[in-house]
Design a protein around this ligand. Sequence first.
Ligand SMILES: CC(=O)SCCNC(=O)CCNC(=O)[C@H](O)C(C)(C)COP(=O)(O)OP(=O)(O)OC[C@H]1O[C@@H](n2cnc3c(N)ncnc32)[C@H](O)[C@@H]1OP(=O)(O)O
Ligand SMILES: O=C([O-])CC(=O)C(=O)O
Length: 377
Amino acid sequence: MANETTFKAGLEDVIANTSEICFVDGKEGRLIYQGYDVHDLVNGGSSFEDVVYLLWHGKLPTKSELDAFSKELASQRELPEEVLKFLYTIPKNANAMAVLRTAVSNLGLYDKDDGDESIEANVRKATRLVAQVPTIVTSFERIRQGLEPIQSDPSLSAAASFFYQLRGEKPNEFEERAFNTALILHADHELNASTFSARVTAGTLSDMYSAITSAIGTLKGPLHGGANEQVMRMLLEIGDEDKAQGWIKDALDHKRKIMGFGHRVYRTEDPRATHLRRLSKEAGELKGETKWFQMSQTIEQYVKETKGLNPNVDFYSASTYYAMGIATHLFTPIFACSRISGWTAHVLEQYKNNRLIRPRAEYVGKVDQKYVPLNKR
Ligand SMILES: CC(=O)SCCNC(=O)CCNC(=O)[C@H](O)C(C)(C)COP(=O)(O)OP(=O)(O)OC[C@H]1O[C@@H](n2cnc3c(N)ncnc32)[C@H](O)[C@@H]1OP(=O)(O)O
Ligand SMILES: O=C([O-])CC(=O)C(=O)O
């Protein structure tokens, strides 16, 4: 039996590995990628591609490195024919995260580098994954609606390409800028549950696609990435700003969690929420419908006052995406379109310095049971 003093429910504050990729300073409310504050990356005008390069290579690319990397990513967006065909066989009402999880697993079967576990091959797999996860999400969404998937335009940025592949139209300036910011903000977050899943799978020296499939299944849950969809469903259910306070009070009185609030690490404002709050306001104003932003503000104030809880990344991303006309069931897959960069960075780091991840459980079951043969039970 493991020493019971070592047990921490939910592994809270347990250090499970070292990492150079990301630091979450929960006390100060800071998020750092490879030494760079996420505020500087957003305010300094980084592209998502810039950040993916940073997460993987530990340095910001030069202009020519970024151009080459962006071109490489854009050239890999098309799905293998077999995977595209597979998307047509999926039930149209399937959960979009379940589709993504299954399609990424399927994608691994057709990767040219399948079976090659060299660093170079794994970087190539990571590149394809970052390029193709959005294509899976947008293609299935179109197939679901009875439309044909759209071939990507390699001249577009990752942010613009998502809209183009989803709608067949390029985004406006705000949509591209806001989506690029959202992609940067969701890119990595240290040892969150889905990244931990990916690292546990990679730690057995299983392949990149298996690790990412584990991660997608973990992100799907409403206590993690799935919360952004639940936030929007909550706002829609409340329906009117005047009803927000009463609805939240009732939920809290019944000990229900308010989606999009609270965090295992942050004890202050989640730095990503600061940007997303601003984007939610801007998106609402551009659409001429600020009701969801205003309702979110009312909820934030009430939950802060009554429970002392801050909004996390999922709270204001919901009303931002909604104002941009994105369907609610795509919110968590969009999270995955960004987090795939962090997951792959962590899987590459795990392979570089691997040790099997295998914690202990504190045994609290029965002991010394007397065996009874079947005919005597
Ligand atoms: C991208 C992400 O994954 S960000 C997180 C997304 N998830 C959500 O938004 C779901 C809602 N939030 C939560 O469920 C939690 O805050 C989590 C899962 C994020 C963190 O969970 P934990 O660190 O395990 O905190 P835990 O659930 O133990 O909460 C501690 C206390 O705060 C309360 N609390 C925490 N979050 C909330 C919430 N959103 N609404 C109401 N109460 C809450 C708990 O009820 C608990 O109260 P108690 O001590 O009186 O029982
Ligand atoms: O870090 C966490 O536990 C959850 C989170 O905010 C994320 O994955 O972005």
